[in-house]
Design a protein around this ligand. Sequence first.
Ligand code: PHE
Length: 353
Amino acid sequence: MLNILDEIKGTALASLQEIKNEDDLNQWRIKFLGRNSELMLVFSKLSSLQKEERPIVGKAANQVKKSLEAALIERQEMIRQANLQKSLSSDKLDVTLSGRRIPHGRLHPVTLTLREITHIFADMGFQVYRSREVETDEYNFQLLNFPPNHPAREMQDSFYIATQEDRGDNPILLRTHTSPGQIHAMREYSSKNPQNPPSIRIILPGMCYRYEQISSRYETQFTQVEGLAIGKNIKFSDLKGTLSDFARRMFGQSVRTRFRASHFPFTEPSAEMDIECFLCGGTGCSVCKGTGWLEILGCGMVHPVVLKNGGYDPEKYTGFAFGMGPERITMLRHHIEDIRYFWANDLRFLEQF
Ligand code: PHE
């Protein structure tokens, strides 16, 4: 019996040395210390031994059990340490490496231009006035002095929401320009004090919609920034001064401006402002098509009919208005040749700003 115990101990300890992982270790425990192991067989046979042999064999079997259990725990610890070392060296963490860049969202190029325009006019004392995108024909055209069959009205093909059939001669449409906001603003301001309405200095940024054939130059959806100044004794020279100053702040202090006569039903006189081409300095290039000038905005003195429609007496008040397209300005500044990029949501385009 004692020999068998010695043998069990010898084989168990020898095979334990070979074991490298927890699974095998568990197998080993079942084989040498489990209920059906040879060692447990020895314990179960104790009762069949002679009386004087029993304590000797029993003691020896207990010792073998204890030393196998101790060896098991030791081996277990060794394997744990080895595993730890292995994962430490394979999953090396270099805390001195620079981190991975987290991609940031950014503002749309047109939003950036819009903010710049807003800042410049804010510095000049203009407040932002928000006006609706869904308009009536009355506000979008009639109150702005577009007669029913005025040719300028056909210039602006519109998206109608409620048609002539439903609403007679006042259909609902998506605004084709930000100018109807002029009427909303003037009516709001003048209603505060109809006898002596306050002066106005606002810009009206926002989305406009036209039923256009989409191309590299036309989109059905675009932004505009409208401007409106109403007061006593506002002159055309104020318009020129304000807009020339805006051009210098926006495009550079040395930039020259010129005003060309134009026509809008809601301003009289009307003009378009050009700036000297900032790409070629006025000598002529592909962007200014050889003219040396870039058209930036439409403007004019608010038409007396429009003043009256807004609740301002044209005998006492005058004012100027202007409208510009931030997409166009952004395109000129960054050499963008296709307006469709602004709505394409292509990250390769948007990430450049
Ligand atoms: N509303 C005009 C347009 O859409 C621009 C404009 C605004 C012109 C104000 C003069 C005064 O083209």
